[in-house]
Design a protein around this ligand. Structure first.
Ligand code: T3D
Length: 268
């Protein structure tokens, strides 16, 4: 595995650590339920860019410190007289984060440790896989302050839970509990709070052991499939399979199968 280029970077409002090819990003303003300020958004984008450059990182776990995952935009900051206009803030700070998450080759596992509200819910929705603590919840809190779902929520939610449930959650702003989220397939597993990070890292560990190029291509193929017809998707799969089939990792996977041993994928 290539050495990590991610030096322990200095962050103020989040924690970034890499262990065993898994980068854990912890939103770290627990007193404000990890509400997103300008510095925090800037740092989150910086952390995602660090991951994008570091092939030694195979998976990202995104979580929150304290009792919340993330309460969305910091409403105290939003109330400041010099706050950027809403649309500008979305275009300049929120949307680049969501785009970076989906452009990332590495899958992102959300460890939803508590409430995910507003753009905090959007962050969780933009991850590839979610595991949740039993006390976690998702709230499309936008309507409560006279706003509309943003940071990708209106795009991800109907795709993840279906149009009907998405309308209910987005229009009424009702809280979706972790267990209900699991029933709708939004979260992969619900575990006790003390087991959450272990569960998320176990899922991340499984992903980290897989062939990274194939994993990245699968992530991007799934995203692309939303916007193309079957013919295009079939051709897209054929192309991606040609690329994946030419990797050393594919040869290793085949050899491991025939030799009845676990594969050792290197990312080549
Ligand atoms: O730039 C832009 O504005 C555009 C982008 C917008 C995207 C958005 O995210 S809009 C939606 C923003 N978020 C919300 O509307 C959620 C607001 N928060 C809540 O509704 C509730 O706090 C929760 C349902 C998330 C949790 O409720 P609860 O009862 O568990 O906690 P609490 O007592 O309300 O909050 C605890 C503390 O966190 C409290 O501070 P204090 O009084 O102890 O000093 C509270 O003010 C603070 N807090 C919670 N959410 C935010 C926040 N502080 C700043 N911003 C927040 N979003």
């Amino acid at each position: 595995m290539p050495p990590s280029v991610a030096e322990p970077p200095a962050f103020g409002s989040l924690r970034f650590e890499v262990v065993d090819a898994i980068a854990t990003i912890t939103l770290d303003r627990p007193d404000a339920l990890n509400a997103l300020t300008v510095p925090m958004k800037t740092e989150l984008l910086r952390a995602l860019r660090l991951v994008a450059r570091d092939r030694a990182i195979r998976v990202v776990v995104l979580t929150g410190a304290g009792r919340a995952f993330c309460a969305g935009q910091d409403l105290r900051e939003r109330h400041e007289p010099d706050a950027a206009p809403l649309a500008t803030e979305l275009r300049d700070r929120f949307n680049p984060i969501i785009r970076a998450m989906r452009a990332l080759d590495q899958p992102i596992v959300a460890a939803v440790n508590g409430v995910a509200a507003g753009a905090g819910a959007s962050l969780a929705l933009a991850c590839d896989i979610r595991v949740a603590s039993s006390g976690a919840s998702f709230i499309l809190a936008f309507g409560g302050i006279g706003l509309v779902p943003d940071s990708g929520a209106s795009w991800f939610l109907p795709r993840l839970v279906g149009a009907s449930k998405a309308a209910e959650l987005a229009l009424l702003g009702d809280k979706l509990s972790a267990t209900e989220a699991e029933r709708f397939g939004l979260v992969m597993a619900v575990v006790g709070p003390e087991a959450l990070l272990g569960e998320a890292r176990a899922v991340a560990g499984r992903l980290a052991a897989m062939a990274p190029a194939a994993l990245a291509s699968t992530k991007h193929a799934l995203d692309r499939a939303w916007s193309v017809g079957l013919d295009r998707a079939l051709e897209d799969e054929a192309y991606r399979q040609g690329v994946a089939g030419a990797t050393r990792d594919h040869a290793e996977g085949m050899a491991a199968f025939l030799e009845k041993r676990p594969p050792r994928f290197t990312g080549e």
